[in-house]
Design a binder for this molecule. Structure first.
Ligand code: NIG
Ligand code: FE
Length: 408
C-alpha cells in the first residue's frame, strides 16, 4: 500500500489531545476544517489542510460532496461469538420474568452455552464475521470479542480459536477475551472455586501457548461468581501476565471494587454502581464502561455515566452485543441514546466509542486521528459532526476505512 491523500473533509474531528479521564466539553474538540489526510501504508502520516496535502505529489482520492471524518469506532465489549437465539428470553422478560429468574430456571446464558457447544468452529467463525461486517458498515473498525459460552477447556478453546480465525479472515481488528468465568457450568462436577482453579490451571497455559488472548474477564454477580473467589482467580491471571476486565455491578455491587483492587483495565456494566463505587472508579486507572445496549435489552436503568465523568472517571461506551441481554448491537445508536439520557456532550459520546474504548483495550494506535495512528476512519456525508449524534445512529457512514483500506 503506497501513500495516498484523502479529502477534502468539511470537518475532521480528530479527538487529539483529549484526556482519557473526566468530563469533556464540546468546545475542546479539535475540528480541522477543509481537512485532508496523508495515509502511508495503513497509518496516518499527516492531518492538515487538503489543499496543502494534495500538492504533496502523492496519489489523491478526492471525495465529491460534503463529508465529516471521525476516528473509526471501537466496541470494547461484545459477545458476538455464539450459537442460537434468545428471542424466547426477551419475550419472557417482557412478560414479567427477570434476567436472573430465567438464569435460575436453567435458561439464559446456559441456553446459549448449549447452542454454542452444538455449533462447529466453522459455524462460529461465520457468525462472528457476519456480525463484525455489520459493525464495520456502521463504522466500528475494532471489536473486542469474548468467549464465555463454552465453559470447559475444550469449548472455550473452540470459541477463542474461532475468534482468532475470524480476525484473520475479516477486515476488522478483533480483540479476544477469555470469559470462562461467565457462570458455573451445570455439567461441571464441583464448586465455583474448583471450576476457576481448573480453568486457571488447565486453560490459561494453553491461552498463552497458542496466543489466543491476553485478557481475562469474569462475571461477578449472585448467579455467577463471588467477589472473593474471583479476586483470587484474577490474581492468578495477573501473575501469568493477563490483563483483567470485569463484568461488574450489573445487578448488585461488589464487582467494581474487585476491579479497582486488582488493577483491572476496565470495569464494565456498572448499572447498579452507587456513589461509593463511582468514587472508587474515578480515583483509579480502571476504565468504566457503560453498556447501554444491555440496559435497553433488559429495560433497566443506564450506567450513571454523567456522575462517573463528573467524579473524574474515564467512561468508555460499548455495545455488549450478545444474544441475551443486548441483542441489538448498534453501537452508535446506543451511545447516542445514552448521551441523551445521561446528558453527555457529543465529545464525551465520541470519546467513549473511540480513544477511551481503545484505552479499555490497552490499544494506543487507534481511536484518534493523528500522525502515527492506524488510518481507521468513519466518514459521514453531512455538514456538521453534531448532525451525526443528533440522528442517534440512524445516519449511517458513507465510507469506512480500515488501516487505510477503503472497505466500502
Ligand atoms: O454482559 N452479564 C453477563 N453477561 C452478558 C450477557 C450474556 C448473556 O445473557 O448471554 C452481559 O450482559
Ligand atoms: Fe457482557
Amino acid at each position: 500500500m503506497g501513500k495516498q491523500v484523502v479529502g477534502p473533509f468539511k470537518q475532521i474531528v480528530t479527538a487529539a489531545g483529549l484526556p482519557v479521564k473526566g468530563a469533556i466539553k464540546d468546545e475542546s474538540l479539535e475540528v480541522i476544517k477543509n481537512g485532508g489526510l496523508l495515509i502511508d501504508d495503513g497509518f496516518i502520516q499527516e492531518v492538515g489542510s487538503f489543499d496543502q496535502l494534495r500538492k504533496s505529489g502523492n496519489e489523491v482520492l478526492e471525495l465529491e460532496g460534503t463529508h465529516i471524518c471521525l476516528p473509526g469506532f471501537i466496541d470494547s465489549h461484545t459477545h458476538i461469538c455464539f450459537g442460537g437465539s434468545r428471542a424466547k428470553d426477551y419475550a419472557a422478560r417482557n412478560n414479567g420474568k427477570t434476567y436472573l429468574e430465567i438464569a435460575k430456571e436453567g435458561g439464559g446464558i446456559w441456553d446459549t452455552v448449549t447452542k454454542t457447544r452444538e455449533a462447529s468452529k466453522e459455524e462460529l467463525v461465520e457468525g462472528i464475521i457476519k456480525r463484525a461486517n455489520r459493525h464495520l458498515e456502521e463504522g466500528v473498525t475494532t471489536i473486542e470479542v469474548k468467549s464465555g459460552y463454552g465453559l470447559s477447556v475444550e469449548e472455550e478453546l473452540k470459541m477463542l480459536r474461532a475468534i482468532k480465525e475470524a480476525d484473520v479472515k475479516s477486515d476488522v481488528d478483533l480483540i479476544p477475551t477469555c470469559l470462562a468465568a461467565h457462570i458455573l457450568p451445570k455439567d461441571f462436577d464441583g464448586d465455583h472455586k474448583a471450576y476457576l482453579d481448573h480453568i486457571s490451571t488447565d486453560l490459561f497455559p494453553i491461552l498463552k501457548q497458542e496466543k489466543l488472548t491476553n485478557r481475562i474477564d469474569a462475571f461477578i454477580e449472585e448467579e455467577a461468581f463471588s467477589s472473593s473467589i474471583t479476586s483470587n482467580y484474577f490474581l492468578r491471571a495477573k501473575e501469568m501476565g493477563f490483563a483483567i476486565t470485569v463484568h461488574a455491578d450489573q445487578f448488585s455491587t461488589g464487582g467494581s471494587e474487585v476491579a479497582v483492587n486488582v488493577g483491572a483495565i476496565s470495569a464494565d456494566h456498572l448499572e447498579a454502581s452507587g456513589d461509593k463505587e463511582i468514587e472508587l472508579l474515578a480515583k483509579s486507572d480502571t476504565i468504566a464502561t457503560a453498556l447501554p445496549g444491555a440496559s435497553m435489552g433488559l429495560g433497566v436503568a443506564f450506567t450513571p455515566g454523567r456522575k462517573i465523568l463528573d467524579a473524574g472517571g474515564a467512561l468508555a461506551i460499548a455495545s455488549d452485543w450478545n444474544p441475551g441481554s443486548a441483542p441489538m448491537g448498534d453501537l452508535l445508536m446506543q451511545a447516542c441514546v445514552l448521551g441523551s439520557y445521561e446528558k453527555l456532550s457529543n465529545a464525551e459520546v465520541l470519546s467513549g466509542i473511540t480513544f477511551r474504548a481503545a484505552a479499555a483495550l490497552g490499544l494506543n494506535d487507534c481511536g484518534r486521528i493523528a500522525s502515527g495512528m492506524k488510518a481507521d476512519l468513519t466518514i459521514f456525508e453531512t455538514n456538521h459532526y453534531n448532525e451525526i449524534f443528533y440522528h442517534q445512529g440512524k445516519m449511517k457512514p458513507k465510507m469506512v476505512f480500515k488501516s487505510g483500506k477503503r472497505i466500502f
